[in-house]
Design a protein. Structure first.
Length: 359
């Protein structure tokens, strides 16, 4: 922190609906600032497909420097279907930032908010409140841009290292312990395919080593196929899950679907020194500029940022502010706000206004 103890936040609004959902999140943070002892300093920076189209880069060096210097990074959504690299892959600065700053822990909460529909029978009675922790720098994604393709075959290489896995498991057990202190089950499940692949047996072995160092957390192990089946039957049985990058990429989208969809889902990519906070949804160019985008995932990502800043700097007030935002979101949905993806008539401005009033 600097500038009279204000948190310096790098703001990368991105493409498509990214800027549209970022604006309400910043309004919410300014409202928090006005009603608490917290201070923020926001700096905008370019990143994404539009920047690539104009400059040939997904983000300039100045954006990377800003992210390095900031206390936290807020990211809207990046990428457009019509703008791609020469090899036909998408423009994804969000993934590039993970590798650049070693953001190994992808945190994807899935909490069913009162009044939000879930496709799972019984979810309204039991509730859903779980976290997927996705290793974000290795696994199958370590092969990104490095795969080998010939006329007859294509190969990608999955990588799991001891250094990253041990940090990931320590992070995961600590998160489970923090949740337990807040009244949650404090249970951590390792999701893998250790019955087939040596790499995942190695992954599970390191999980077991970490479990012995954290006896207060109930440690479970599940194969990814069995886990997928259980998630759509009894998601309320899960608390925290940790897994390899590609498995996490898939299951975090599944769990977002359990709580109303990507528009409701926040996320974070966290390393030892930096963290990026962004909604799980994409840029949705089909609704860009129409006022239909749901800003809830972005607003809840800002709340996650406050909780991370609280933990990093020992500021309980920041954690309380994050909880205030969550309670405000809960209230507006319980009171009947209904985004357009649920068949309702409430767009970006309606949802933003309601959350600000609830704060």
């Amino acid at each position: 922190m600097s500038a009279n103890d204000a948190f310096h936040i790098a703001v990368l609004a991105g493409d498509g609906i990214g800027p549209e959902v970022m604006a309400p999140a910043l309004e919410v943070l300014r409202k928090v600032e006005a009603t608490s002892g917290l201070k923020f300093r926001f700096t905008d920076a370019p990143a994404g497909a539009n920047n690539y189209r104009e400059t040939g880069k997904s983000m300039p060096e100045s954006t990377v420097r800003l992210c390095d210097e900031a206390d936290a990074i807020l990211l809207g959504a990046c990428g457009l279907p019509s703008v791609r690299y020469p090899d036909n892959t998408e423009i994804m600065p969000q993934v590039e930032l993970r590798f650049h700053f070693d953001l190994y822990a992808g945190v994807r909460p899935a909490r069913l908010i009162p009044g939000v529909p879930s496709p799972i029978v019984g979810a309204d009675r039991h509730g859903i409140d779980l976290v997927v922790i996705r290793e974000s720098t290795e696994g199958l994604f370590a092969s990104m841009g490095k795969g080998v393709v010939t006329d007859t075959e294509a190969r990608e290489t999955l990588v799991i290292t001891r250094k990253t896995s041990e940090r990931l498991f320590e992070f995961s057990f600590r998160l489970a312990e923090r949740r337990k202190a807040r009244g949650k089950p404090g249970q951590l499940t390792c999701v893998d395919k250790a019955n087939v692949f040596k790499a995942f047996a190695f992954f599970r072995e390191m999980f077991d080593e970490a479990a012995r160092r954290h006896p207060d957390v109930k440690a479970d192990r599940l194969y990814v196929d069995a886990c997928s089946a259980l998630l759509v039957k009894r998601p309320w049985d899960f608390d925290v899950m940790v897994m390899e990058n590609m498995f996490g990429d898939i299951l975090s989208d599944m769990t977002a679907g359990l709580i109303g969809g990507m528009g409701m889902a926040p996320s974070a990519d966290i390393g030892d020194h930096h963290a990026v906070f962004q909604p799980c949804h994409g840029t949705a160019p089909d609704i860009m500029g129409q006022g239909k985008a749901n800003p809830t995932g972005m607003i809840l990502s800002a709340a996650m940022m406050l909780d991370w800043l609280a933990d990093k700097h020992g500021l309980e007030g920041a954690a309380e502010a994050g909880e205030r935002i969550e309670r405000a979101v809960d209230k507006v949905y319980a009171d009947g706000i209904k985004p357009m993806e649920f068949g309702g008539g409430n767009g970006t401005a309606d949802i933003a206004r309601a959350v600000l009033e609830a704060l």
